[in-house]
Design a protein around this ligand. Structure first.
Ligand SMILES: Cc1ncc(COP(=O)(O)O)c(C=O)c1O
Length: 347
């Protein structure tokens, strides 16, 4: 494949040289027998960092979310959530046979009053909720971030109604860097949560489900049944440990690059920044006014050696990560300028 500036996702990051080194020297066992020491070390570290009792290494964020939501619900239960949740969009909620109850949220985070209304509506209906789910950063809303105070309010509301609270924190470290708040300020508020080391943190594989010891024990059995017990998984866990120890602070560079790109959007009348704020490493563009579909726009970008993702007919998502420099963003801005010049107005 030719060298592209790949802005499709932060999941395209490759392992660092140091990760290959730690993989080579990682002590290994059989994680299905729960005796891989490197997996054990990653899980212990994750539990400590998030402020939970225990943790479970999973192959993907999707599996961690499947397990996490399943541990707090039974088929047919309602789940209160903002729209555009990754877990809703890609079928985790459906696969666990749960009924979504939406609380409106343009920013990705429902106002507390709206959350309360959704819970009360659900409790009065046929599929009473047992769980509240929040995703942070909220991918579908543009990687937006909420404050620890907001997350604490969600927790308090869920508790008040006797519901559990689960946090999809796939990119929670981006929130940590964006707000300067410690991970526990967000992570320990939830009854269960997961985060990924495979996204901006650059590990090749892995997400970690965190919660109480009984929850993690039950989730371990279900992970096996889902085909997620990975034997010498310490090879992968070693990269996760490296990422947590060395690659968190650099996420700021990704946020700066996303902001640089978003600032350019203001100069292009045919493009709209389609998100309330640029808090982390994502830029969503509405390309409807260019006369192109989002897919066509991405094909034109690819002609310039830049890959973006089309989310729907009119929305393009560009994501910064460890493989992207400020110079790559400059090139991207020039490419967009050239594409828009052909559709008349340019900056
Ligand atoms: C917020 C969020 N949760 C969960 C996932 C699923 O993670 P995975 O691709 O590792 O299954 C993603 C994927 O990008 C995500 O953005």
């Amino acid at each position: 494949m030719p060298e592209y500036i790949d802005l499709r996702s932060d999941t395209v990051t490759h392992p660092t040289e140091e990760m290959y080194d730690v993989m080579r020297s990682a002590p290994l066992g059989d994680d299905n027998l729960r005796d891989d020491p490197t997996v054990h070390n990653l899980e212990t570290l994750a539990a400590e960092l998030t402020g939970h009792e225990a943790a479970l290494f999973c192959p993907t964020g999707t599996m961690a979310n499947l397990l996490g939501t399943r541990m707090f619900t039974k088929p047919g239960d309602g789940v209160v959530m903002p729209p555009e949740l990754n877990m809703y969009r890609y079928g985790v909620i459906a696969w666990n046979s749960l009924q979504p109850i939406f609380a409106p949220a343009r920013t990705g985070y429902p106002a507390i009053d709206d959350l309360v209304s959704a819970i009360e509506r659900g409790l009065a209906g046929d599929t009473p909720p047992t769980l509240v789910v929040i995703e942070m950063p909220h991918n579908g809303a543009g990687g937006t971030v909420a404050s620890p105070e907001y997350i604490a309010q969600v927790r308090a509301v869920a508790q008040h109604y006797g519901l559990a609270f689960y946090l999809d924190g796939a990119r929670v470290y981006n929130a940590v860097v964006a707000t300067g708040q410690p991970l526990q300020a967000f992570a320990s508020q939830a009854d269960g949560m997961m985060f990924c080391v495979s996204k901006g943190l650059s590990a090749p594989v892995g997400s970690i489900l965190c919660g109480s010891r009984p929850l993690i024990e039950r989730a371990t059995r279900t992970r096996f049944l889902m085909g997620g017990a990975m034997r010498q998984a310490g090879l992968l866990a070693a990269c996760g440990i490296y990422a947590l120890n060395h690659l968190v602070e650099r996420l700021q560079e990704d946020h700066d690059n996303a902001r640089q790109l978003a600032q350019a959007v203001a100069c292009w009348p045919q493009l709209l920044l389609d998100q309330p704020s640029v808090d982390t490493n994502m830029v969503y563009l509405d390309v409807a006014k260019t006369g192109m579909t989002a897919e066509e726009f991405c094909h034109r970008l690819a002609d310039h050696g830049i890959l973006g993702g089309w989310i729907n007919e009119q929305q393009v998502r560009l994501v910064t990560h460890r493989g992207i420099t400020s110079a790559d963003i400059e090139k991207t801005i020039k490419a967009v300028d050239a594409i828009l010049l052909q559709t008349q107005v340019s900056c």
